[in-house]
Design a protein around this ligand. Structure first.
Ligand code: ATP
Ligand code: MG
Length: 433
């Protein structure tokens, strides 16, 4: 019996995993510059943490949860997103305490799970890199966060991106807009999808986020939430736009954008890839402000802002833009051992080189000399050390710099005592004037 991976999941294999490492490393370095610190939450959470945060009427909670009852009859779920778990951790671990900086800035990366219809850029286990900033209601936090996301894409060499923003306002805004939206949609009730009919009175904003054609035809003409912004919400949104402009960051406003999660307030945004072939999965980063979620999960009122990006979609974008990430698997040295008698010594050499902090490899398959040199070449070794039975008897090893093509015999004892110097000597290419 041969098994296949579960539908909507991927094995990330060598050749591909290096790209993941590069993306994750780039994120870690950049986030450190912005003073975000890593938080790692469990892969599963109490069901209620997610349902209360993301919202019962959202697609995520109503259709896409990997939830189950454990052996202790607890209702748990694999996490479908990262914000609710981080907020739960923020409240539980009192990260608002005096020993923590304000705003408290956290980032996370890891797998998320949603029972969706798998397609290009849409998986059941996918991966997000996300950030959250707690404690600041300053619009500068919104803009710093969006600028950081754009910085990240720039560092990866991604060019064809577009920042789209909107405001969902505060509670006052939502109450006014909710009624306007119901009034607008009610006459079309019969033409809406079943989902939207069900949600119209419970959560009419969800209709705007529907991917169903029957609903989409009404979205374009729907009243704009921006016409219902309260004074405070308008001021906040104006400040965000002003700061984006001050930083020379281009943006578009899309008043129909509402996002698929209920917790957002004020600024929301998406970064879309315009690279060809992204189709309906062109949103590579999404987020916004969520000023009431901390309270909702039992904490004290704390304004917050965050975003998440999908690594799989990021990789599709890189591919589509023809960007190759730098390879991280350089090989410093390859030890060629000729003859059974050198098996021990070449292992010792290999380990000694590694102990000097260099990467090294050798043959383990009893290959012939020619095949070993070919491997060294294929792996891009900068230095090739060759030891045969004669060298072993004389206590020497031949070392060749692959760039300089220079070759020299060194006493084994020297390799063991000062390989770092030998490496520098043999990898430096001298040019004659
Ligand atoms: P969509 O509208 O595409 O379903 P969403 O609104 O559900 O996205 P969020 O929950 O805001 O997305 O997640 C943030 C990002 O995570 C998305 O912009 C996308 O890049 C990525 N993402 C979300 N769901 C998936 C998935 N099933 N597979 C791969 N990536 C995903
Ligand atoms: Mg979705």
């Amino acid at each position: 019996m041969m098994y296949q991976r579960p539908k909507g999941t991927n094995d990330i294999l060598p050749g591909e995993s290096e790209k993941w490492q590069f993306i994750e490393e780039t994120a870690r370095l950049l986030f450190r510059d912005y003073q975000y610190r890593e938080v790692r939450t469990p892969i599963f959470e109490h069901y209620e943490v997610i349902s209360r945060s993301v919202g019962d009427t959202t697609d995520i909670v109503s259709k896409e949860m990997y939830d189950f009852y454990d052996k202790g009859d607890r209702h748990v779920t694999l996490r479908p997103e990262g914000t609710a778990p981080v907020v739960r951790a923020f409240v539980e671990n009192k990260l608002y305490g005096p020993e923590y900086p304000k705003p408290f800035k956290a980032f996370y990366m890891g797998p998320m799970f949603r029972y969706e219809r798998p397609q290009k850029g849409r998986l059941r286990q996918f991966h997000q890199i996300g950030v959250e900033a707690f404690g600041s209601s300053n619009p500068a936090t919104d803009v710093e966060s969006m600028a950081m996301a754009l910085d990240f894409f720039k560092q990866l060499g991604i060019q064809e991106v577009r920042l789209v923003i909107n405001s969902l306002g505060d509670k006052e805004t939502r109450t006014a807009y909710r009624q306007a939206l119901i009034d607008y949609l009610e006459p079309h009730f019969a033409e809406l999808s079943e989902d939207s009919q069900r949600r119209l009175h419970e959560n009419p904003l969800r209709v705007l986020d529907s991917k169903d054609k029957r609903d989409k035809q009404f979205v374009a003409e729907a009243p704009s939430i921006l016409d219902y912004l309260s004074e405070a919400s308008r001021t906040h949104f104006e400040a965000v736009k002003e700061m984006l402009t001050a930083l020379a960051i281009p943006f578009e406003v899309d008043s129909n954008m509402v996002r698929g999660l209920d917790y957002y307030t004020h600024t929301i945004f998406e970064i879309m890839s315009d690279a060809p072939g992204m189709g309906a999965q062109a949103t590579i980063c999404a987020g916004g402000r969520y000023d009431h979620l901390v309270e909702e999960l039992g904490g004290v009122e704390t304004p917050a802002f965050g975003f998440a990006m999908g690594i799989e979609r990021l990789l599709l974008t890189l591919e589509s833009e023809g960007i190759t990430l730098p390879a991280l698997n350089d090989l410093d040295a390859y030890v060629v051992g000729l003859g059974e008698a050198t098996n021990v010594e070449s292992l010792k050499l290999l380990q000694a080189i590694r102990n000097f902090g260099f990467s090294a490899d050798r043959d383990f398959m009893n290959r012939k000399a020619k095949a070993q040199f070919k491997s060294a070449d294929k792996e891009g070794a900068k230095l090739v050390l060759t030891i045969g039975e004669n060298e072993l008897a004389e206590g020497v090893v031949n070392i060749k710099g692959m760039a300089s093509r220079e070759e020299k015999a060194f006493p084994l004892a020297e390799v063991y005592s000062r390989f770092d110097e030998i490496y520098d000597e043999m990898t430096t290419v001298m040019f004659d004037e």
